[in-house]
Design a protein around this ligand. Structure first.
Ligand SMILES: *[C@@H]1O[C@H](CO)[C@@H](O)[C@H](O)[C@H]1NC(C)=O
Ligand SMILES: *[C@@H]1O[C@H](CO)[C@@H](O)[C@H](O)[C@H]1NC(C)=O
Length: 188
């Protein structure tokens, strides 16, 4: 599909007034030159959220989740959606699990991430393919996120079985930032 559109782009100068609105990702500069250039992903709305709920003084139902979107400048219209959910007390994310992100169908990219709540370290791992020169890029990036979080706590003063005994909720303001890979090499 990419090759077909690339062929269309090549004949475009002969028909400059063509009424076609070609997908902008196929216009210059190409995937390869973007990938080899001054490259940075965009991380959008990274948010951490956690809740610790006790249904009785001794029974806890707690979980944390992380969500963000990631965009690769070589595929500006392709939003990769990354989410993870954990019930692993106390901080839920310890940087030791790689979670897969989901990409739009027909995408050639593969993305995963790990996150540590205690250190704030976010690791991104993405591979992508550039059809223009048939090369594949693995990229790894790391950033220490400082999250601005708010915590609320409620304890039921007259708790009865069947009611919530206590609830603690942590909500962090979403952060967006560019992330430059520390390692990126073309594999032909
Ligand atoms: C990610 O992008 C999708 C599609 O644009 C949007 O619906 C969703 O709210 C975004 N998520 C975040 C965490 O920004
Ligand atoms: C990145 O992902 C690839 C393929 O999913 C995997 O083989 C590799 O170990 C990962 N690397 C890191 C640093 O997470």
């Amino acid at each position: 599909m990419h090759k077909f559109v690339a062929a269309l782009t090549a004949v475009l100068p002969l028909a400059a007034a063509a009424p076609y609105d070609l997908d902008s990702r196929n216009s210059t500069p190409g995937c390869t030159s973007i990938s080899l250039g001054d490259f940075a992903w965009t991380i959008e709305n990274f948010a951490y959220h956690a809740s610790y709920t006790f249904s009785t003084p001794a029974h806890q139902i707690s979980s944390g989740d992380v969500t963000f979107n990631l965009t690769n400048p070589a595929f500006p219209e392709e939003k990769v959606s990354c989410t993870a959910y954990s019930t692993w007390l106390q901080d839920f994310f310890y940087g030791n699990i790689n979670y897969d992100c989901s990409v739009p169908e027909a995408s050639s990219t593969k993305t995963s991430f790990s996150f540590s709540r205690p250190s704030g370290e976010l690791n991104i791992n993405q591979t992508w393919i550039c059809d223009d020169e048939d090369s594949q890029y693995p990229g790894y990036g790391t950033v220490d996120l400082t999250l601005d979080c708010e915590e609320s706590y409620y304890q039921n003063p007259n708790w009865q079985p069947g009611q919530i005994y206590s609830s603690r909720v942590i909500t962090c303001a979403p952060v967006s930032l560019p992330l430059t890979p520390h390692d990126k090499t073309a594999v032909a």
